[in-house]
Design a protein around this ligand. Structure first.
Ligand SMILES: O=C(O)CCC(=O)C(=O)O
Ligand SMILES: [Fe+2]
Length: 324
């Protein structure tokens, strides 16, 4: 099978080992915040585990962790230069036509920790929403785990409107991820990252972190251009609030999103077991399709195509007919 080659580049030894060690020590001194993982926002409840992270810098908030920022800051111009070099200039000109020599804008810097001593050992496959990301390996003395990226099939029938390729649904959840070892295959690549190495990828690259088996993995993530013109459609153009609701008490109801961009219409679980008499608000887009099923079955109770002229969608049992 022909595979696409994602926009992924690696640079060896950008941060000296001593700087990496100092950053790790400062991170542990500071303590990692235990917080909800935004990447798992729509994951089924059983997968919602907390993340360990430290916000270091945000463009709108300024420096959040001064001690850590002081150590990293001298290296930022070099890192930003590498991001600029990695850019496909034709694509960049398309999105920033009035800014030919534009320097990527650093928006957010955060520090992550993965360890079997905590709930967070892995991170499911996702694309970032910002235009460019830098991921720095601060250490390599842990077992398993590791950042990987997917090579999507070159056969892209169901085109997306945001420039991202389509990947098979199976890769998106923690069931698949939990069995992953740090081992390359035809379509899964684990770059060999030593301490101080960094990788750069853009918003079209599906990536994740395999489960760390022993030791602790520390990574630094830098998001450039979070106001990403390539995926504005996903953000504010046509997003609006919708609410799902039901009063069905005798069976459990789950809500799925049907990705109609993909030929075989894979579904993503939005919420397992919606409590009756409870409202479930979501941000959605015109024409998006949601399906209510009896939990754990393919039995469809209701299907909705949402539009901004209707806010409340009530799931009703008498509508249940088809086995799709
Ligand atoms: O921790 C990592 O190396 C990956 C983090 C990541 O992909 C993200 O935060 O978007
Ligand atoms: Fe990411």
């Amino acid at each position: 099978e022909d595979l696409l080659e994602p926009a992924f580049t690696q640079h060896v030894g950008v941060l000296p080992r001593s700087v990496c060690q100092e950053l790790i020590a400062l991170g542990e001194d500071n303590g990692f915040n235990v917080e909800e993982e935004s990447i798992d926002q729509y994951a089924p409840p059983k997968y919602k585990v907390t993340s360990q992270s430290i916000d270091v810098y945000e463009r709108n908030r300024g420096i959040i962790s001064p001690a850590i920022w002081d150590i990293l800051e001298p290296w930022i111009p070099k890192i930003t230069g590498l991001v600029k070099e990695s850019i496909d200039t034709e694509v960049y000109k398309h999105f920033f036509p009035d800014e030919q020599e534009r320097i990527p804008k650093l928006d957010w810097v955060f520090f992550r920790k993965f360890s079997p001593d905590t709930d967070r050992i892995s991170l499911r496959v996702h694309p970032d929403s910002n235009m460019y990301s830098v991921n720095i390996a601060l250490n390599d003395d842990f077992k398993g785990g590791g950042l990987f990226y997917l090579k999507p099939s070159a056969n892209q029938d169901g085109k997306t409107d945001d420039g991202r390729p389509v990947i098979s649904d199976e890769y998106r959840d923690y069931d698949w991820l939990s069995s992953q070892k740090r081992q390359n295959s035809s379509n899964i690549v684990y770059p060999a990252l030593g301490t101080g190495d960094l990788v750069i990828y853009n918003y079209t690259v599906y990536h994740g972190v395999a489960p760390v088996e022993a030791g602790t993995r520390y990574s630094f993530v830098l998001f450039y251009d979070m106001d990403n013109p390539a995926i504005q459609v996903d953000f504010d153009n046509d997003g609006f609030g919708v609410t799902f609701y039901h009063e069905i008490e005798d069976v459990d109801i789950s809500l799925l999103w049907v990705d109609t961009r993909v030929k075989e219409h894979p579904t993503e679980v939005i919420e397992e077991k919606l409590l009756p008499y409870t409202v479930y608000p979501l941000v959605s887009h015109d024409g998006h399709v949601f399906r209510a099923v009896i939990s754990g079955t393919d039995t469809v109770v209701s299907e909705f195509v949402v539009s901004d002229t209707q806010a409340l969608y009530t799931i009703k049992m008498e509508e249940y007919t088809a086995e799709l």
